[in-house]
Design a protein around this ligand. Structure first.
Ligand SMILES: Nc1ncnc2c1ncn2[C@@H]1O[C@H](COP(=O)(O)OP(=O)(O)OP(=O)(O)O)[C@@H](O)[C@H]1O
Ligand SMILES: [Mg+2]
Length: 251
């Protein structure tokens, strides 16, 4: 059964950045087999990882929809067959799955439902599942994934970000989602101390801060994969320490 590690937080706080660095950490420390799930319709995790993706779950759904048949079971079977074959991108040390954008507006629920119905199979196949999402927390509110072993809630060094983090934790509590551990990560600052009172009010445990990293920002500007950042880059160093704590046997 895969360990589910999910990223959540206000828009632009650094979810995808941290997801990609976590995947790199899991690979470097040889923790086991990894599935990276990009549940953001505006997929960027593949860019951060430097991986070319051919098809998303939505693409396969769109193909199935265009099959000339009145039999819905045929469409269902098409999806079942093609999902593991075509939508799982094998990136050497891990696999990547993109939810993608459905053709019609407003039916993001369909690829999400497809993901949900495939969770059990995927769970058996991998040791770790890292789930990156858009700020809207679609997969949370749709209860696509009902067990989160670790929830990493990301905030920028603002009061708003921290409050949103607290609300996300509460949302998860109000849904049918089993959360093992939830942690807060503050990004783009080396010092989370000024936010201490705000953080305490959320009840979340702060696991670490990730400093603003000039080089990371530069990579982003040049569309260069973040996984290529040197090991001594401040963001890589800070996240490595966070992940070590996170995955330590006593954590
Ligand atoms: N530690 C950091 N130092 C410098 N820049 C950073 C850092 N973390 C994230 N950024 C920058 O902040 C921006 C947003 O980061 P990222 O895409 O990871 O956020 P996100 O939470 O996934 O956003 P979205 O909600 O749009 O999915 C990017 O331009 C990224 O390069
Ligand atoms: Mg993102």
């Amino acid at each position: 059964m895969a360990m589910h590690i999910a990223l959540a937080g206000k828009g632009g706080t650094g979810k995808t950045t941290i997801a990609s660095l976590l995947i790199r950490y899991l690979i470097d420390t040889k923790k086991g087999t990894i599935l990276a799930v990009d549940a953001d319709p505006n997929s960027t995790l593949n860019l951060a990882l430097g991986v070319q993706v051919k098809k998303s779950i939505s693409d396969i759904f769109n193909e199935a929809k265009n099959i000339d048949t009145i039999d819905n079971a045929i469409r269902g079977n098409y999806i079942k067959e093609h999902l593991p074959e075509d939508a799982l991108t094998h990136a050497g040390d891990y696999d990547l799955l993109l939810v993608g954008v459905p053709q019609e507006a407003g039916c993001y629920c369909i690829p999400m439902t497809i993901l949900k119905s495939n969770m059990e199979t995927l769970d058996e196949k991998y040791d770790y599942m890292v789930i990156d999402d858009q700020a809207g927390m679609e997969y949370l509110s749709r209860e696509v994934i009902t067990r989160l072993d670790i929830m990493l809630i990301i905030s920028d060094p603002t009061v708003k970000g921290v409050r949103t983090a607290g609300r996300i934790r509460e949302l998860a509590r109000s849904l049918n989602i089993e959360v093992g551990k939830a942690y807060l990560i503050i990004t783009k600052t080396a010092d989370a101390a000024p936010l201490q009172a705000e953080i305490a009010a959320t009840g979340l445990e702060l696991i670490g801060a990730v400093p603003f990293d000039e080089q990371l920002a530069e990579y982003d500007l040049k569309d260069q994969p973040l996984v290529q950042l040197p090991p001594d880059s401040p963001a890589v160093q800070a996240t490595r320490e966070i992940f070590r704590k996170l995955l330590a046997p006593t954590a």
